[in-house]
Write a protein that binds this ligand. Structure first.
Ligand SMILES: *Cc1c(COP(=O)(O)O)cnc(C)c1O
Length: 377
């Protein structure tokens, strides 16, 4: 059996090596390292793929969130509601811009932001909601957009984990994750579903004015060379990363399909295990692209299971072990533990299994058998 990895970047690279190498060599040959034609080409291709009017590439997914908030004109003191159960980047940029993060609980089945908790958290100072499409599946964007419209709030989708996923409306319409809110952000960190070979990110929007504002912000607030109209940042996707992404984008749907196929096999292996809850999927199969395959275990010592798997050569992860409202940097005396029942429970129960495009049946069988033997001992 091949060594089991949490993410197999090498196996994936080897299959597209010739195309990626040629694409990178083109950049070296033209020496258009910054804002070269590859960046523009990738941007256009991603706009077409997502069905969104504007993709603005930037340096990473954390910058993308920050720049989206800057572009929307959020000001110190504005309250921004986001999920308690996510990677710290989401709340970090809110705090960095001196906005006030308002963390709220998530749903126990999807792990995504709880719509009722959003409603409860809205105050006259609330200006935006940042749903995170955690582990590859959209938050309830239909309900979130309704709340946002009713209260005149912006919605910024943190789509770092769900690129290529669809969101299905009650009437059956579908849209790509990240293209529904006023802005969406994503990350091309190597292990994400569409990863480059370094850092990268992008902002999405259908709003022409916002896109224009953001294009200036990513470039030192310049709309005309050496005219700095607003305070900006320097955040660029470099041409070499764009070359990698241009080569990989045509494979994104196949990559996501491979993740879904692996998830289906995991689900099937665990179907008779009452101590294991497999990931909940909302709607049709293309709604969850499994950035992570995350189980909930009950009546099992989760940390002992992690240790046992690691001892058997099976890497796994606990995303996330501490709720954000308990992190030193983000505690706030206004928070009440009773409002975080779900996240406080999830941090004890979740375990994410190896998930990538190169998992084979033998590996999945070994992983699931090892888990089932341990929990039924
Ligand atoms: C990865 C990630 C980010 C940050 O992306 P970087 O490119 O690493 O800055 C933000 N939010 C979520 C939910 C993520 O998973």
């Amino acid at each position: 059996m091949k060594n089991i990895q949490m993410v197999d970047l090498k196996g994936q690279y080897k299959k597209i090596e010739a195309v990626v190498n040629a694409s990178i060599l083109e950049v070296l040959d033209t020496t258009a390292f910054i804002n070269g034609p590859k960046v523009n080409a990738f941007q256009k291709n991603l706009e077409t793929y997502l069905g969104v009017k504007h993709v603005i590439p930037c340096a990473n997914g954390t910058d993308a969130l920050q720049i989206a908030m800057m572009g929307l004109g959020l000001k110190p003191g504005d309250e921004v509601i986001t999920a308690d159960f996510t990677f710290a980047a989401t709340v970090e940029v809110i705090a960095l811009l001196q906005l006030t993060p308002v963390l709220v609980d998530v749903e126990p089945d999807t792990f995504n932001i709880d719509v009722e908790a959003i409603k409860k958290a809205i105050t006259p100072k609330t200006k935006a909601i940042v749903p995170v499409h955690l582990f590859g599946q959209c938050a309830n964007m239909e309900a979130i957009m309704e709340i946002a419209n009713a209260h005149n709030l912006y919605v910024i989708e943190d789509n770092a984990q769900a690129i290529g996923a669809n969101f299905t409306y009650i009437n059956g319409d579908k849209k790509k994750a990240g293209t529904i809110g006023h802005a969406g952000s994503t990350s091309f960190f190597p292990s994400k579903n569409l990863g480059c070979y370094g850092d990268g990110g992008a902002i999405f929007t259908n709003d022409d004015d916002l896109a224009h504002t953001i294009r200036g912000i990513v470039n030192h607030g310049m709309y005309e060379r050496y005219h700095h109209d607003v305070v900006g940042v320097n955040s660029r996707l470099d041409s070499i990363q764009a070359a990698v992404l241009e080569a990989k984008l045509p494979h994104l749907d196949a990559y996501n399909a491979a993740r879904i196929a692996a998830a289906n096999k995991y689900d099937d292996a665990f179907k008779d295990e009452d101590k294991i809850t497999v990931p909940f999927r909302n709607g049709s199969e293309d709604n969850h692209v499994f950035h992570q395959y995350t189980l909930k275990v009950t009546g099992v010592d989760r940390d002992a299971l992690v240790k046992h798997l690691n001892e058997n050569g099976i890497p796994c992860g606990v995303y996330y072990p501490i709720p954000l409202h308990k992190q030193k940097a983000y505690t706030d005396e206004r928070y009440n533990e009773a409002d975080f029942k779900v996240t406080n429970q999830l941090v004890k129960e979740v375990i994410s299994l190896p998930m990538h495009t190169e998992l084979d049946d033998e590996q999945i069988d070994f992983i699931t058998t090892t888990i089932k033997t341990f929990i039924n001992e």
